[in-house]
Design a protein around this ligand. Structure first.
Ligand code: G3P
Ligand code: CA
Length: 249
C-alpha cells in the first residue's frame, strides 16, 4: 500500500496566515508532500491565490476579486487580519500580499512537492479561468505533479478537455451513491472528500482509499484513523502535526 501523503491546507493556515507565501514557505520547511491552495481570477485576467471571492475576510481591503486588478489587490495585506484569528502574530505578517499562482510555482521550483490547485468556480463564473490556470502551470510549473480540484464538475471537465493529461479531482462534502462509477465516468484521478464522509462512512470509501484525499483533518485521532484506512492524502491546517503522527507510527 502506498504511503499516505500530507498536504498543507492553504499553506499551513492553523499557524500562519492562509494562502500566503509565508504559509507556503513554512509548510515546505515542515516537510509536506504537497500544498493545497485556492485560486480566483482578477479583472485583468491574473490568477491569484486566495480562498474567498472577495478580499474582505482575509485582508484589510474590500471588493470582489473579479472587479479588481492585480495591482489593486497587491496593495492590501493578506496577513494583517490573522492576528485576530490566530490570537497571536508577528508584525512581519502585515507585509504578506495576496500571491499569484505564478509566484507560488516559482517558490516551489526547487522542491519535489505536489500542488493541489482548487478552482473556486462554484461560487462565481470566471470566463476562461481553466485555460489561464493551465497556461500558468505550463509556463512556471514544468514537471510538477499538479492536481486540479473543484466543487464544480464543469470546470474539471473543461480542464480535461483542454489538457487530457491533467489530473482532475472532484471535491465532495456529501456522499455519492456510486463513487467508482463517478470516477470512471468523468475520468477523475481522485475524489477529495470532507473528513466527515470518511470518518462516518469509511466502509463506503474502502475500495477507493488509494484515490481519496481527505480534508480538512486536524484532530490527531482522526489523522491516525485515516493513516489506518490508508487514504492517499490527508489535507491539514496543521501539516506538521500530521507529519509527526506519521513518523511516530
Ligand atoms: O480542497 C479541500 C478544501 O480546501 C475545500 O474546502 O473551503 O477549505 O477550500 P475549503
Ligand atoms: Ca481549498
Amino acid at each position: 500500500m502506498a504511503e499516505t501523503k500530507i498536504y498543507g491546507h492553504r499553506g499551513c493556515m492553523g499557524i500562519y496566515p492562509e494562502n500566503t507565501m509565508l504559509g507556503f514557505k513554512k509548510a515546505i520547511e515542515q516537510g509536506v508532500d504537497g500544498l493545497e491552495l485556492d485560486v480566483h481570477m482578477t479583472k485583468d485576467g491574473e490568477i491569484v491565490v486566495i480562498h474567498d471571492v472577495n478580499l474582505d475576510r482575509t485582508t484589510d481591503g474590500t471588493g470582489y476579486i473579479r472587479n479588481l486588478s492585480l495591482a489593486e489587490i497587491k496593495e492590501v495585506s493578506a496577513g494583517i487580519k490573522f492576528s485576530h484569528f490566530l490570537h497571536y502574530n508577528e508584525s512581519v505578517w502585515n507585509l504578506e500580499r495576496v500571491p499569484t499562482l505564478q509566484e507560488v510555482l516559482e517558490l516551489l521550483a526547487p522542491y519535489d512537492i505536489e500542488l493541489n490547485i482548487e478552482l473556486k468556480t462554484y461560487l462565481i463564473n470566471y470566463e476562461g479561468i481553466e485555460e489561464k490556470v493551465l497556461n500558468v502551470v505550463k509556463q512556471y510549473g514544468k514537471n510538477r505533479n499538479v492536481i486540479y480540484s473543484s466543487f464544480h464538475l464543469p470546470t474539471l471537465l473543461r480542464i480535461k478537455k483542454i489538457d487530457p493529461s491533467a489530473k482532475i479531482a472532484m471535491l465532495l462534502d456529501h456522499q455519492i451513491t456510486h463513487p467508482n462509477d463517478y470516477m470512471e465516468t468523468f475520468n477523475l484521478e481522485a475524489l477529495h472528500v470532507s473528513k466527515r464522509i470518511t470518518i462516518m462512512a469509511n466502509h463506503y470509501l474502502k475500495d477507493l482509499k488509494g484515490n481519496i484525499r481527505v480534508w480538512t483533518v486536524n484532530d490527531p485521532l482522526e489523522i491516525n484513523e485515516l493513516f489506518d484506512i490508508g487514504v492517499n492524502t490527508i489535507i491539514s491546517d496543521f501539516p506538521e502535526r500530521a507529519l509527526m503522527i506519521k513518523n511516530a507510527r
